[in-house]
Design a protein around this ligand. Structure first.
Ligand SMILES: *[C@@H]1O[C@H](CO)[C@@H](O)[C@H](O)[C@H]1NC(C)=O
Ligand SMILES: *[C@@H]1O[C@H](CO)[C@@H](O)[C@H](O)[C@H]1NC(C)=O
Ligand SMILES: *[C@@H]1O[C@H](CO)[C@@H](O)[C@H](O)[C@H]1NC(C)=O
Ligand SMILES: *[C@@H]1O[C@H](CO)[C@@H](O)[C@H](O)[C@H]1NC(C)=O
Ligand SMILES: *[C@@H]1O[C@H](CO)[C@@H](O)[C@H](O)[C@H]1NC(C)=O
Ligand SMILES: *[C@@H]1O[C@H](CO)[C@@H](O)[C@H](O)[C@H]1NC(C)=O
Ligand SMILES: CC(=O)N[C@H]1CO[C@H](CO)[C@@H](O)[C@@H]1O
Length: 383
């Protein structure tokens, strides 16, 4: 007894010496009205996206640095990819397709690797939003399911409606849920990154509408809830509205997403939206002002449906008044009472080199990195 006790003390001392702040609550994050909570206290969702942390062959030390860099901005929450569909094995991937048969990669370049991501996040007191497929062809995504099961070049939107494809995606999702159902480091599951009727190619059935995707969101989110009552479920969409009186494609339902209808679904716990006015060609009268209204409109929906809503991706390039725009948007989020915000995207300078830079990457010790520190403190103080 005594020996065991002193060994335990020694072990705890070692842990607390190497990582003084590394004690994560063993509770799950919950949604309560328009807030997230942890152990009954407000849980602030502030942080970043790192789609790459489990997909680019990082060592566990590099994963640790990745999360430390985000923690230093005041980050609590990181969104990352829980998918990579391949047809021949290479790098880190989760599902290898041969014809219409997918095989899960449980090994050191697959789910074992993701176990390391979870461990590194947990050691840094970070929680993870895990997105389970992609609208776009980056890292496989929906079109791989459609092509492998139904044949090359079949419509992208059959992902949402074909029973065989839905069953294959459910089988995949179930593997993740069963592996991590007791893991509080997982903040929640997201059905897909940026679901739309169209994908990276132009192949569509011509019959996809907001109803198609909303029906799929009902099917998938209730499927997840039937297996996993621990974790939150969100969609991962860009937040398009479906207003019959608008001619702006972000508001007119033409992308196949109805933000309100999706947020109203019982088995969806929180809403998500993205903000890229330049890539969306939404630059008038000013991209910053357009974005401010976009945030306010989603904040209003948050109040209407009494569920938390996250601005979970946003970006303008460095030469597009980036700092001023981000100050304005962070302030709009915080002053307006939106539930949380994640920037696109985190960056680190690792032993193996700089992490991916798509022009939006925020590396340590840069002006926007310091801006994140400032606004995370404001949001925490408000909560
Ligand atoms: C793929 O499936 C076919 C048909 O079932 C099988 O003959 C072949 O060996 C499989 N290929 C691999 C690499 O497993
Ligand atoms: C999609 O359609 C646009 C406009 O018609 C065309 O310019 C583009 O090449 C098409 N892309 C693919 C992948 O077919
Ligand atoms: C989108 O708006 C149209 C036109 O008002 C409506 O018929 C449709 O049901 C809406 N979509 C959803 C998913 O509610
Ligand atoms: C369009 O419809 C929305 C929702 O019904 C409403 O809030 C808004 O005022 C309408 N806009 C115009 C210009 O009629
Ligand atoms: C940056 O802001 C200035 C002053 O408000 C404006 O004139 C300019 O058009 C903006 N540039 C971009 C790329 O938005
Ligand atoms: C990344 O780190 C290396 C090694 O410390 C250093 O030489 C390099 O300048 C750094 N790069 C950037 C962009 O900070
Ligand atoms: C955010 C994102 O994943 N964007 C991708 C959408 O799809 C196009 C085409 O594959 C890519 O170029 C973008 O990077």
């Amino acid at each position: 007894m005594k020996l065991q006790a002193s060994l335990l003390t020694l072990a705890l001392a070692t842990v607390s010496l190497s990582k003084p702040t590394a004690r994560q609550s063993t509770s799950f994050v919950k949604a309560d009205g328009q807030s997230f909570t942890l152990d009954g206290q407000p849980y602030t969702v502030f942080g970043s996206n790192s789609y790459w942390v489990g997909l680019t062959g990082l060592t566990t030390d590099e994963m640790d640095v990745t999360f430390q860099d985000i923690v230093e901005t005041g980050g609590t929450t990181v969104r990352t990819w829980g998918f990579n569909e391949v047809t021949s094995a290479s790098g880190d991937y989760y599902q290898l397709w041969n014809g219409s048969t997918p095989t899960i990669n449980y090994g050191s370049t697959g789910l074992e690797n993701f176990d390391n991501v979870v461990a590194a996040a947990k050691a840094n007191n970070i929680r993870l939003i895990v997105t389970l497929t992609n609208n776009w062809s980056n890292y496989g995504g929906m079109d791989v399911y459609v092509d492998q099961i139904l044949g090359e070049g079949q419509p992208h939107d059959y992902f949402y409606s074909n029973p065989e494809v839905i069953a294959a995606f459910q089988n995949y999702v179930k593997v993740w849920i069963e592996r991590y159902i007791e893991e509080p480091t997982i903040f929640g599951w997201e059905l897909a990154n940026e679901p739309r009727c169209t994908g990276s190619t132009n192949a569509t059935s011509g019959t996809c509408t907001t109803t198609t995707i909303t029906d799929w969101v009902k099917t998938m989110s209730s499927y997840i809830k039937s297996l996993d009552s621990n974790h939150l479920v969100g969609l991962g969409d860009e937040g398009w509205f479906n207003l019959s009186n608008s001619t702006d494609y972000a508001y007119d339902g033409s992308q196949g997403v109805d933000f309100d209808a999706n947020l109203a679904i019982d088995t969806i716990d929180f809403g998500t939206f993205h903000l890229y006015p330049y890539t969306w060609s939404e630059e008038t009268p000013s991209a910053m002002v357009w974005g401010q209204e976009w945030i306010e409109n989603h904040r209003d929906a948050q109040a209407t449906y009494n569920k938390p809503v996250l601005m979970e991706e946003f970006g303008v390039y460095a030469d597009q008044n980036q700092t001023t725009t981000y100050e304005n948007w962070y302030s709009t989020v915080i002053d307006g009472g939106l539930s949380g915000v994640l920037i696109w995207q985190a960056g680190s300078n690792l032993t193996s080199g700089l992490t991916p830079n798509d022009g939006f990457t925020i590396y340590p010790d840069t002006p926007v990195y310091y801006l994140e520190e400032q606004f995370s403190a404001q949001l925490k103080a408000k909560n």
